[in-house]
Design a protein around this ligand. Structure first.
Ligand code: IVH
Length: 686
């Protein structure tokens, strides 16, 4: 085998260093300094060098993040400093008792106060990470606290995990020879949803929650699968540190130091001057819990001074100086009183459980979704059952499972199996349940008042006609009062009649009429989407608008013409044909146009600057920082570009934000140019 020249060795080293720095900028600091394409070019260069000269490969090489060949089993790792668990608190009284226990032990003088470091209690998996001379050499699970499993290869695939630590000015004095850092590996909510969607599509088992998904992804013998999962990491504690190394004096300054040398540290950490500040922190983070990108199940409070931590020591495998103040449980048990069926916009019947009101994680819940009949059968849910309800963040509460033991209990009410109604509970039309679909539907179409109401809500919604201030509740009020019988009635509403509705006044009515007026000026794509044709989502609507340009052309299109469009298959094509075959739909559409709904015909502006992206097609992936994906879509369409959902060889470009999905790899394979956010901005300005 050829051996690498000195220059090649140096180049590989430089590439590794550069890639690790950019990786840290991107995944830990959220502040990328180069484009993904530039990163990929550097990455490929290193990969090629290492393939040519395997001796150049090193454990800290970013190329090692892609996963290694599967293992037979995990080796055992002994934790020389045990990985402790935490005592729990469930109330302010528990917290006060904890503070008192501490104060009794450390003999606080009068002027002395006890400061606490507060951190979210991340709901993931504790890991221990060992670094030698600043290089990641071993990672382990907590196991029983004294012995864990060696999951080094899996941990190496985590983008947020620094493979080499950073020392300012290259002084190794900034790092201990041996350093063990502890933290939590977890999966963000968005990554969890995406993973479960993919699992469902590929017929694989879905994960119950992000914690299980993180655990399942980390404890895999095949690290290449771990590499494909989006796992995150925050560190929060130290294990062994080489003797003689001066560790910062407080928990907070230690976290700052860890962040400085390259570790991801949660940005929500804070020092609380006393217990009352701890309660404020707890309440604040609890109120923001559902908006956080990751799941937390409480707050960890730690005595801030490390010298005091040492003084306090531990009791039965938990430190005296730390406590987990848990949020109230998000699962509760209650009685299922009845099951009703709600009718959605497309007629789909969704079973809803009416429950004896119960507090779940501090919120009173009296309804929960049962998704569909298959779900009911799978979970064997019956009326009068005792059921476990879960509420996670702002997700609709759901029935997790039945308390089966309760059925055996003497004296409990008789259980009744849940049957699909034969007729629509709202309009009485026959219900259809085809073999191919999990859902059953009311067959009345918009003739069903429930379907019609949902349709008007859709029409007014942000992504359709975007009528500001016209939310679901107000649509219900307008329709119940008989002011709106068909969508086009919205455009004839008068201030006086709206003002008379409960909770409305002249001012809010005037605003509403103004935003209804403003919504008349729209885009063709939004208009098509607003029509609510079955299975025509925003992307299909945009593609249709790009292909047909006028309502007349769209109306006249046959199946073949429709199927020729990107994203439109035979089912959607037939739905479109069926939509225009119904004279009620055509009448409504015409009425909307004569009410003044309009858009700028692309032809009329094709010579102006605003249509500079005519004929191009883009795909969006990942999160953008300066705008939402919807906004990006709208801005691109406004310039004449088509925004499609999947990458093909014909795609003009892929716009990749933060944490791009699999589309990125596909684009690269097909040689489709990849644009970062800065390039998108330039494109929009062009
Ligand atoms: S400190 C010596 N800090 O909670 C103290 N733990 O119930 C060791 N956890 O095993 C833990 N977030 O997996 C600490 N900010 C945080 C944490 C945290 C989550 C987990 C950790 C630990 C468990 C104890």
């Amino acid at each position: 085998m050829k051996s690498a020249s000195g220059a090649q060795k140096k180049r590989a080293e430089a590439l590794r260093k550069e890639l690790n720095t950019h990786n840290h900028q991107y995944h830990v600091l959220d502040d990328p300094k180069i484009s993904d394409a530039q990163y990929d070019a550097l990455f490929r260069e290193l990969q090629e060098l290492e393939e040519k000269y395997p001796a150049l490969k090193s454990a800290d090489s970013p190329t090692q993040r892609v996963g290694a060949p599967p293992l037979q089993n995990f080796a055992t790792v002994a934790h020389s400093v045990p990985m402790l668990s935490l005592a729990n608190a469930f109330s302010e009284e528990d917290m006060q008792a904890w503070e008192k226990r501490i104060a009794d032990r450390i003999d606080l003088s009068e002027s002395d106060t006890l400061e606490f470091a507060a951190e979210p209690k991340l709901d993931g998996l504790a890991v221990s990470l060992r670094y030698e001379d600043g290089v990641f050499v071993q990672g382990a699970t907590r196991g029983d606290g004294s012995q864990g499993e060696d999951i080094t290869l899996n941990l190496r695939t985590l983008s947020a995990l620094p493979l080499t630590l950073q020392v300012s000015g290259g002084k190794s004095a900034g790092l201990p020879k041996e350093l063990i850092v502890r933290g939590e590996v977890f999966m963000e909510k968005a990554a969890f949803t995406a993973l479960n969607n993919a699992q469902r599509k590929s017929g694989n088992k879905e994960f119950a929650n992000p914690r299980n998904a993180a655990a399942g992804s980390l404890r895999l013998l095949d690290s290449s699968i771990t590499a494909s999962r989006q796992l995150s990491l925050y560190v929060y504690a130290l294990g062994d540190v080489s003797q003689g190394f001066k560790v910062p004096a407080t928990q907070q300054s230690m976290l700052e130091w860890l962040a400085k040398i390259g570790f991801p540290v949660c940005s929500e950490t804070k020092v609380c001057a006393n217990l009352s500040a701890c309660f404020d922190y707890y309440n604040d983070i609890q109120s923001r819990r559902s908006a956080l990108p990751y799941e937390i199940d409480g707050v960890v409070f730690k005595v801030n001074e490390r010298s005091r931590q040492q003084l306090l020591g531990q009791v039965s495998r938990a430190p005296r100086w730390a406590i987990a103040y848990k949020f109230p449980a998000e699962e509760s048990v209650t009685h299922l009183i009845e099951v009703e069926f709600q009718v959605g916009r497309t007629g789909a019947l969704t079973p809803v459980a009416r429950l004896e009101p119960v507090s779940v994680g501090g919120v009173t819940v009296s309804n929960a979704t049962l998704h569909n009949l298959d779900e009911i059968t799978r979970k064997d849910i019956r009326v009068n059952d005792k059921v476990i309800i879960r509420r996670a963040g702002d997700v609709i509460p759901e029935v997790v499972r039945v308390v089966l033991d309760d059925r055996k209990q003497a004296g409990t009410p008789r259980r009744r199996k849940i049957k699909l109604p034969e007729t629509c509970p709202v309009c009485g039309s026959p219900v259809e349940h085809s073999a191919e679909e999990a859902v059953a539907r009311c067959t009345a179409g918009r003739g069903c008042p429930a379907q019609h109401k949902e349709y008007v809500k859709h029409f007014a919604s942000r992504r359709a006609m975007d009528i500001d201030g016209l939310g679901d509740k107000l649509v219900e009020q307008l329709m119940d009062a008989g002011l709106v019988k068909r969508v086009d009635d919205l455009f004839a509403l008068r201030i006086e009649e709206i003002a008379e509705l409960p909770r409305m006044g002249v001012k809010s009515a005037t605003n509403l009429v103004a935003s209804i007026e403003a919504s008349k000026s729209t885009t063709f794509a939004r208009f098509i989407f607003a029509l609510g044709i079955r299975e025509v989502g925003e992307t299909s609507a945009e593609n249709l608008a790009g292909a047909f340009r006028t309502v007349e052309q769209l109306e006249a299109a046959d199946v073949a013409a429709l199927e020729a469009i990107n994203d439109i298959g035979p089912i959607v094509a037939n739905n479109i044909i069926a939509y225009f075959a119904d004279s009620n739909n055509v009448d409504t559409m015409r009425a909307l146009l004569s009410a003044g709904v309009h858009w700028v015909e692309p032809d009329a502006t094709s010579t102006t600057q605003s249509q500079s992206l005519d004929g191009t097609s883009y795909v969006l992936t990942g999160t953008l920082s300066s705008m939402t994906r919807d906004e990006a879509k709208r801005l691109l369409s406004d310039k004449g570009a088509r925004v499609v959902s999947s990458v093909s060889a014909k795609t003009t470009g892929l716009i990749a934000g933060d944490a791009p999905g699999s589309k990125l790899a596909k684009a690269e394979n097909l040689g489709v140019p990849v644009l970062d956010e800065a390039q998108l901005q330039l494109l929009l300005k062009s």
